[in-house]
Ligand binder design. Structure first.
Ligand code: ADP
Length: 970
């Protein structure tokens, strides 16, 4: 049975059919499972917000085909179709235990099926019925997506002759699993059916919507066009608004054509094609329709060949005649021909009509072939799908919707025919339309045997198609054609282009800039020729460069001598869209500062945020007012100029700061003044582009009147402006400055004491030619010291920042010179001090040596004199000896003093530090001087308050004694 059920799964196509097929399988195996019932447990939300669940009986083995009512055996518990499972408080305590040989089973005896219990337990439940037969309830669940599940209960009867053992239960479980597989499959198929139904519904809604909206658009457009036509006719050709009116008309026509195509296409899809097939002289009709493009092709320089046989012969060969809806056939030819013109730059377009047999059937073939850009092989299978467009084609126009070929195919299908295409890139494309002969294949009610003239509308397709094609003539052909050769090699290389570092020309010469650049320039990137023309017309106040997509924009940028002031780009473009262009421009250092405004038809907040997030400066949604666009362009350019100005000034300030710092460091690094000045002139040349820098000294004291002490000459030719940011010095300013600088020629530049002089065109004897000189005075202690002079070619102006910098540098130079002078003075003083020190030292040495030399003989004299004391000498002799002793004492003390002072100077005096009695010291002094004082009749009084005086002091007693003695002696 299980094997058989595997093969039945393919028949399952819904949840209910899964149950029904399972029931059939079980019916065929009633010995194993005598009966079975399947319940679905469904939840539903009540009106009062509460939830309730019910069990719905889906199928049973008691069901009979064609009979609605089911009859269950008497021994069954209550078996309702719908069982309410909410708030049913059943207790199943009535358990019965059955003992078998080895195991015992527990069964529930019940009045109704214990569905709630199975759901609650999740496990199978065995029940015993009124006739003591047994049944088992199994639960299986199917996921309904998300958290939703569908619980399914399978009730299986048990064969009374078999014991409900493990094996039997296992078998029943397998059957339940099988049911689960069926249900899952059924669910999947149901979901798929639902999805495709939804899609069909959606598609239908879309078609209806297209029809509705196209009708709604068609009406006001037509109403708008007729008064417009009148205004154009009434307006003189040379009127300034004429070009605007023409643009309005062209675009209204384009819109009308698009709406017509959309309407036609949705009519066909919804089956309301309203076709009228009538027997047609296809040769004549094709020739007439194809001829409409002859002039166009000629103007575009293409060979246009209508290769159509003789009408009579052809119609004879056709036999039964060919039935066509004329409007549809017109759409087919116009689409194919205008596509051929759009995608062909040179060569030929061929329109052929001939007969060919296909599967023994004679068919008429309309063939349109060209030698154009071709369609890549990979795109061919999709070419007839609606809205499919081939990316990266270098056609005359990037415009299009991708409906044309899909409509052509549908229209040919309505004629019972089909279309084929063959194409080789850069060689050409051939479309073949196969039409069957006769009318058997056409709906009878749409065949008209009387030739019906189709009603001509005010703006018929022919006019609309031709007008669209005429734009391509007027297009700046070279604009697009030029890049074909470039892009052909690049066509499959978009990614490389995106990652390549692109080098662009930067503005280099400020003079160029000042003279040639009168307007701001804008690079316009849009794939629509019409839009490019319109914007160019609108933005007359700017210099406009044009590009037809992102890739083309990069090519144009590379060829420009000077980068544009702003890029205005559409978002949706083939080859490289606006976002990709933005990425490339922002990732290149040279272009990252160009302001970029994106234009888009996508009005959503998301698109705008995406654009701004990617680094666009502004985002405008089409349609926009001309005034708004111009204001935003101007505002963005001015803002960017301001931003760059600030950036440039910051760079300049930073550079100047660095330069001044480095000069300051030089000054204090101990280099000679000459070396420092050499460094300064080199640094000046680095920051202020010039031909030469001179430092001229005028120090009269050093007889250096007008002497060039340092000079620096620039060997390279000097471009005045080398920094790309220079362009932000706006032109009018520069001209004003030139005027003001020349008017103050050779005069003091500033009114205050700035010490700046500018001579724009003055003869310089030193270089023997006329030059423009910027000089800054160098002062020393408010006295004039000299000049720093910077030379450029005559009539070169000097920027404020340059003047200011030179002034600061000249201040620093004053500092450097003062510093160097101070150093020089200090050096001289030091030498003098050193000489004095040496002399002093020598003097002390001499003194020390002399006193030493004097002491030795004096010692001998004092020694000898003292030896006389005890001998008997005459009074006179004694007095003489005393006098000699006193005198030699005085000499000795003088010599000692000299020695002491010499020692002091040489810092060789060593002091003893000890505690001694001050009174004892004074006693010694009195004793020492008492006699001599007495002889001179001088009273020596020690006047001291012994109690107040600190008697013991810490000092050198000998030094103290010497000092006091010395004072008394004086
Ligand atoms: P549309 O021209 O509005 O984009 P169509 O359905 O007419 O839409 O064409 C679909 C695509 O097929 C176009 O984008 C174009 O790239 C390509 N195509 C159609 N005709 C030609 C042709 N003669 N040569 C090259 N490419 C073609």
């Amino acid at each position: 049975m299980l094997g058989e059920s595997g093969s039945q799964i393919s028949k399952v196509n819904s949840l209910e059919s899964a149950c029904s097929i399972m029931k059939n399988i079980l019916n065929d195996n009633h010995t194993d499972i005598p009966y079975a019932l399947i319940y679905f447990v469904e939840h539903k939300l009540n009106y009062d917000g509460s939830e309730s669940s019910i069990a719905r009986l889906i199928t049973t083995t008691f069901d009979e085909d064609g009979k609605k009512e089911r009859h269950f055996p008497d021994y069954f518990p209550k078996t309702h179709e719908i069982i309410n499972l909410t708030n049913v408080d059943q207790s199943y305590e009535n358990y019965i235990n059955l003992r078998r040989a080895s195991t015992s089973f527990s069964f529930i005896k019940c009045d109704s099926w214990p569905l709630n219990l199975v759901i609650k337990n999740g496990n199978h439940i065995k029940v015993i019925l009124k006739n003591d037969s047994q049944a088992v309830l199994f639960l299986t669940k199917i996921s309904l997506g998300g958290e939703k599940v569908l619980p399914v209960i399978l009730i299986c009867g048990v064969n009374r002759r078999r014991a409900l053992d493990e094996q039997y239960l296992e078998f029943l479980q397998l059957v339940t699993n099988q049911l689960n597989t069926y249900l899952l499959h059924g669910k999947k198929i149901e979901e798929e059916k639902l999805r495709s139904k939804l899609l069909v519904d959606l598609n239908y809604q879309k078609v209806i919507f297209f029809q509705g909206i196209s009708h709604e658009l068609q009406k006001p457009l037509t109403l708008m066009l007729s008064p417009l036509e009148e205004v154009i006719n009434a307006c003189p050709q040379e009127s300034p608004i004429m070009s605007h009116l023409q643009t309005i008309r062209r675009n209204a026509h384009r819109l009308l054509k698009l709406i017509n195509v959309l309407l036609q296409s949705s009519n066909v899809e919804s089956g309301h094609s309203d076709a009228k097939y009538c027997k047609t002289n296809i040769v004549e009709l094709t020739r007439e329709l194809a001829s409409d493009f002859v002039t166009m092709a000629k103007t575009l320089g293409l060979d246009y060949i209508i290769d159509i046989p003789n009408s009579e012969e052809f119609n004879q060969t056709v036999g039964d005649g060919i039935y066509l809806d004329h409007d549809m056939y017109e759409t087919i030819i116009f689409n194919l021909c205008s596509n051929a013109l759009k995608h062909t730059w040179k060569g030929r377009i061929n329109i052929r009509l001939y007969l060919e047999y296909k599967n023994n059937e004679k068919m008429v073939i309309l063939e349109v072939s060209d030698t154009g850009v071709g369609i890549p092989e990979i795109a061919l299978p999709n070419i007839f799908q609606r809205f499919y467009r081939v990316e990266s084609q270098n056609s005359r126009s990037h415009e299009g919707t991708g409906i044309g070929l899909a409509l052509v195919k549908e229209l040919i299908t309505l004629h019972g025919g089909y279309i084929t295409v063959t194409s080789v890139v850069n060689k050409g494309t051939t479309f073949k339309c196969w039409f069957p002969i006769g009318y058997q294949h056409l709906p009878k009610n749409q065949i008209r045997f009387n030739n019906v003239k189709s009603k001509r509308e005010l703006y018929n397709n022919r006019q609309l198609y031709l007008e669209e094609s005429s734009q391509w003539i007027k297009n700046n052909i070279s604009e697009i054609k030029d890049d074909i050769d470039d892009l052909d090699t690049d066509i499959n290389n978009t990614n490389k282009m995106l990652t390549d570092k692109i080098t662009f020309n930067l503005p280099t010469d400020m003079n160029d800039f000042a003279i040639t650049k009168k307007k701001y320039s804008v690079l316009l990137v849009d794939d629509s020729n019409e839009m490019r023309d319109h914007l160019t017309d609108l933005l007359k106040e700017f210099d406009i460069y044009r590009a037809c997509d992102g890739k083309d924009a990069l090519r144009v940028l590379k060829t420009l001598k000077q980068l544009p002031d702003l890029v205005l780009s559409d978002v949706t473009m083939p080859n490289m869209n606006g976002y990709e262009l933005l990425d490339v421009l922002r990732s290149n250092v040279n272009t990252q500062l160009i302001p970029i405004i994106l234009l888009s038809a996508k009005a959503g907040e998301d698109s705008k945020v995406k654009g701004l997030d990617k680094g666009a400066d502004d985002y405008l949604v089409k349609p926009f007012s001309a005034r708004e666009l111009i204001t935003r362009i101007r505002a963005n350019i001015e803002l960017s100029v301001l931003r760059r100005k600030i950036l440039f000034h910051r760079c300049q300030e930073e550079e100047s700061k660095q330069l001044l710092m480095s000069i300051a460091n030089m000054i204090f690094s101990g280099l000679s003044i000459n070396e420092t000045l050499q460094y300064v002139v080199k640094a000046i040349n680095h920051r202020i582009p010039c031909e030469r820098v001179l430092v001229i000294s005028n120090e009269q004291s050093k007889s250096k009147a007008n002497e060039i002490i340092v000079s620096y000459e620039n060997s390279e030719s000097v471009k005045l402006i080398t920094n790309p940011f220079m362009e932000i010095n706006d032109n009018s300013n520069n001209n004003d400055k030139r005027k003001s600088q020349s008017s103050i020629n050779s005069q003091e530049y500033l009114n205050d004491n700035s010490g700046i002089e500018i001579s724009l065109d003055v003869y310089c004897g030193y270089v023997h030619k006329n030059v423009s000189i910027l000089s800054s005075e160098v002062k020393l202690n408010n006295d004039f010291w000299g000049w720093i002079k910077v030379y450029r070619s005559p009539n070169s102006i000097w920027l404020d920042s340059e003047i200011e910098l030179l002034q600061q540098i000249s201040n620093l130079m004053s500092l450097a010179i003062t510093h160097a002078n101070l150093l020089e003075e200090n050096e001289e003083k030091e030498i003098q001090i050193k000489a004095a020190e040496v002399a002093d030292k020598t003097k002390s040495q001499i003194l020390a040596n002399t006193s030493h030399e004097l002491r030795t003989p004096l010692g001998a004299i004092v020694g000898i004199l003292s030896s006389f004391e005890c001998n008997s000498l005459t009074t006179d002799q004694k007095e003489m000896i005393d006098t000699m002793i006193r005198s030699s004492d005085i000499v000795l003390s003088i010599i000692n003093d000299i020695l002491d002072s010499a020692r002091l100077e040489a810092q060789k005096v060593t002091l003893i530090n000890k505690t001694f009695d001050l009174l004892v010291l004074l006693d010694d002094i009195i004793e020492n001087f008492g006699k001599r004082a007495g002889s001179k009749k001088i009273e020596l009084i020690v006047n001291c308050d012994v109690d107040e005086l600190p008697r013991y002091v810490k000092s050198d007693p000998n030094r103290l004694l010497t000092n006091v003695l010395y004072m008394i002696k004086i």
